[in-house]
Ligand binder design. Structure first.
Ligand code: SF4
Ligand code: SF4
Length: 405
């Protein structure tokens, strides 16, 4: 696979196209519009033929839940590359629960698209994996799915969502899905802090970069994403070769203070693209038009972004008593499926068969994989008082400032 320059062929450039529904012709037109200033499918291919589309298939969820990349977006992008002569396949490996992945591909509608277009669907939990050495981060080696290594061009197809651990999941975070199934979850034990986790994602980008990213932000997710939030119409497709520019623009549009997002900060330090909002050029419309009024941000999951590392490390024990977030199961919503139990990397989420799971707090590393994988939005994030003060959203901070608090 070609090693990309920082920001790819179009550093600091993000193409945007408006589209207000997933109606097939409209999505097709918007995808073409977003790809055109980047050279269209032929220009993006630049002579390469083996293309792997990497959507976000986090778990078995219907398209209108806004958990997964919409199948019409996958269809439209596949059609563009097929028309340009590429051999296109689609692959991902749902997270957490090490159960079969096929139901996730079926329920999100991507399996049907693959059948209709006769595209190979590569289930990363069954496709085999290869060990790769990471140049930095807490994980020195990781296993990535074999189809990732075989592709000449990875086309990254994230869904724009909030994320209770990383704040935003978009272009940068989506390639964490190269790591098959439960291995993804296990890695959280090596890097429970968001900035340590961000380093793993950045290291993956340096080894197997996606050459092109196209974001499904037609219906995004706000609130407690990436799984338990609520759908929110944004009405955009974003595209580019610079994942940091795409994520910075999206985070800013959602209302984050981009300095607070550890993944963006880490990607900037590692030179993965342009992370200054003012240095990003939006192709197709004005940046100001992209602001999403009142977008609901997640309760962030850890203290890390606002406490310096030099203070956090020596005071970890005391800080841990003051600043914490923990999952809490809401019994009235819980279906007792125990996906959360099987998705917990430390065994902290426990329960007898048929019972509502409970948390063994001392073993919990606050990775929130349980919340991510719960199909019933039955896991709430509890914060300590101190963490609640620190994890205010910018809007909450502004409101507090206005009240003099
Ligand atoms: S909390 Fe969610 S994932 Fe866990 S058992 Fe209940 S419904 Fe299933
Ligand atoms: S119980 Fe704690 S350690 Fe287990 S998945 Fe949930 S947040 Fe992570």
């Amino acid at each position: 696979m070609e090693r990309a320059a920082p920001g790819g062929r179009f550093p600091g450039k993000v193409a945007a196209a408006r589209v207000d529904s997933y109606e097939r012709e409209r999505i097709g037109a918007a995808v073409r519009q977003a790809m055109a200033p980047l050279g269209g499918a032929s220009g993006i291919l630049a002579g390469r033929t083996r293309v792997l589309l990497k959507p976000n298939v986090l778990r078995a969820a219907a398209p209108d839940e806004a958990v997964t990349t919409h199948p019409e977006v996958v269809r439209a992008v596949a059609a563009e590359f097929l028309a340009a002569g590429a051999a296109v396949s689609v692959g991902d490996g749902p997270g957490g629960d090490p159960g079969p992945a096929a139901p996730a591909f079926e329920k999100c509608g991507i399996a049907a698209v693959c059948r209709e277009l006769e595209l190979p669907l590569r289930n990363f939990q069954e496709s085999g994996s290869v060990e790769v050495v990471l140049p930095f981060s807490a994980a020195r080696k990781v296993n990535i799915a074999q189809p990732v290594r075989e592709a000449e061009l990875i086309v990254n197809l994230p869904k724009l969502k909030t994320h209770t651990l990383t704040h935003i999941t978009c272009a940068l975070k989506n390639i964490y899905g190269y790591i098959p199934g439960f291995l993804k979850t296990k890695l959280h034990t090596l890097a429970p802090r968001p900035d340590d986790f961000a380093e793993i994602v950045c290291a993956l980008w340096t080894v197997f970069p996606a050459g092109f990213s196209l974001v499904d932000a037609v219906i995004a997710m706000e609130g407690q994403g990436p799984s338990g939030g609520t759908p929110r119409r944004v009405g955009r497709i974003f595209a580019g070769t610079d994942p940091l520019a795409i994520d910075t623009l999206c985070a800013w549009a959602m209302g984050f203070d981009v300095r607070d997002v550890p993944l963006l900060a880490a990607a900037g330090r590692r030179g993965l693209g342009i992370g200054e909002r003012g240095a990003i050029t939006v192709l197709g419309e004005s940046a100001e038009a992209l602001r999403i009024p009142g977008f609901r941000l997640p309760h962030t999951s850890r203290i890390a972004p606002r406490v310096p590392r030099w203070l956090m490390r020596p005071l970890a024990a005391a800080a841990g008593r003051l600043f914490w977030v923990k999952p809490r199961v809401l019994p009235e919503r819980c279906t007792r499926c125990h996906i959360c139990v099987r998705s917990c990397p430390t065994g902290a989420m426990r329960g007898e068969k048929g019972a509502v799971p409970t948390l063994y707090a001392p073993a919990c590393i606050s990775c929130l994989c349980c919340q991510e994988m719960c199909p019933s939005r039955a896991i709430h994030v509890q914060k300590s008082f101190a963490a609640g003060r620190i994890f205010r959203t910018e809007a909450q901070r502004e409101a507090a400032r206005a009240k003099g608090r």
